[in-house]
Design a protein around this ligand. Structure first.
Ligand SMILES: NC(=O)c1ccc[n+]([C@@H]2O[C@H](COP(=O)([O-])OP(=O)(O)OC[C@H]3O[C@@H](n4cnc5c(N)ncnc54)[C@H](OP(=O)(O)O)[C@@H]3O)[C@@H](O)[C@H]2O)c1
Length: 263
């Protein structure tokens, strides 16, 4: 059966690596044209685009720092110029700083603002820029990539958890405001295998946490980018009556398996 995403156009912010790259690959497998965004990693972004084109879809690669409103507007306008439509937006780009939660002096006010500017303001700016086009093209779907940290107050640092909590709340406000044409939902990943956590936690702690999750999680798995991408694509492809929802994609970690993060 042909996917409802076939021939559609979806922007995925931060899609040069990790979860974002997995999302655009899965979209391309469904025949969806993809806009790949990066802020620093041009080579990896071009590589992901090449993989998608090999699957038979059209791609656009746009360098844009989503913390900058002008860049968000340009990302949307370049997409409209290239494809003439936008059907979906995935706010996946994110940032953090790894600071133990009990190290209260380890986070400055600027750290809070820098993380908030990308994880919350960036997503807001992207939605604001894309909303008129999403609405015009027969209804669109926005998926925010948040974190279990925003639900449980865990993760790489307190400022990160607070920013993802804010992203979850913003999902509710925007789902209420942008309906009926636009649905807004959020995926909250737990532990995700990859460089984000390996570099942030250090190899030893990363390996120990991964092994612990594989032994204790209800699904006996430490998730990978592809598992998070499945949840994102699900909100884009189906669920026409679902908006303002959070989905924990964590292998059941929240049910009482290993705690995630630094502390
Ligand atoms: N990894 C985890 O365990 C985990 C868990 C829960 C939630 N998440 C969330 O999942 C999302 C993706 O993370 P990931 O694990 O896939 O990490 P990743 O591989 O490091 O991907 C992050 C992406 O965001 C982009 N990015 C960062 N700042 C940006 C900016 N200002 N403007 C545009 N793009 C920007 C990066 O591109 P450039 O390199 O070009 O800047 C990169 O493509 C994030 O929102 C993160 O908070 C991750």
């Amino acid at each position: 059966m042909t996917s409802s995403l076939n021939d559609k156009v979806v922007i995925v912010t931060g899609s040069s690596s990790g979860i974002g790259a997995a999302v655009v690959r899965q979209l391309a497998e469904k025949g969806c044209n993809v806009v790949i965004n990066f802020s620093r990693s041009q080579g990896p972004a071009d590589g992901v685009a090449e993989e998608c084109r090999a699957l038979g879809v059209k791609t656009l690669v746009v360098k844009a720092n989503i913390s900058d409103d002008a860049d968000c507007k340009r990302l949307v306008s370049e997409t409209e110029k290239a494809f003439g439509r936008i059907d979906g937006l995935v706010n996946n780009a994110g940032t953090t700083k790894f600071v133990a939660h009990n190290d209260l002096d380890g986070l400055s006010g600027k750290d809070f603002l820098d993380i908030y500017q990308v994880n919350v303001v960036g997503a807001y700016q992207m939605i604001r820029a894309a909303a008129p086009i999403l609405r015009n093209d027969g209804g669109g779907s926005v998926v925010n990539v948040s974190s279990i940290a925003g639900v449980m107050g865990t993760g790489s640092c307190i400022a990160y958890a607070a920013s993802k909590g804010a992203l979850n709340t913003m999902t509710l406000s925007l789902a209420r405001t942008l309906g009926p044409e636009i649905r807004v939902n959020t995926v909250c990943p737990g532990f995700v295998q990859g460089d984000w956590l390996r570099n942030g936690m250090g190899a030893e702690r990363y390996d120990a946490t991964k092994a612990h999750l594989e032994a204790t999680n209800p699904l006996r798995r430490a998730g990978g980018p592809e598992h998070m991408a499945e949840a994102v694509v699900m909100f884009l492809e189906a669920g026409k009556h679902i908006t303002g929802e959070f989905l924990l994609a964590d292998g059941g970690q929240h049910l009482g398996g290993a705690p995630i993060g630094i502390r």
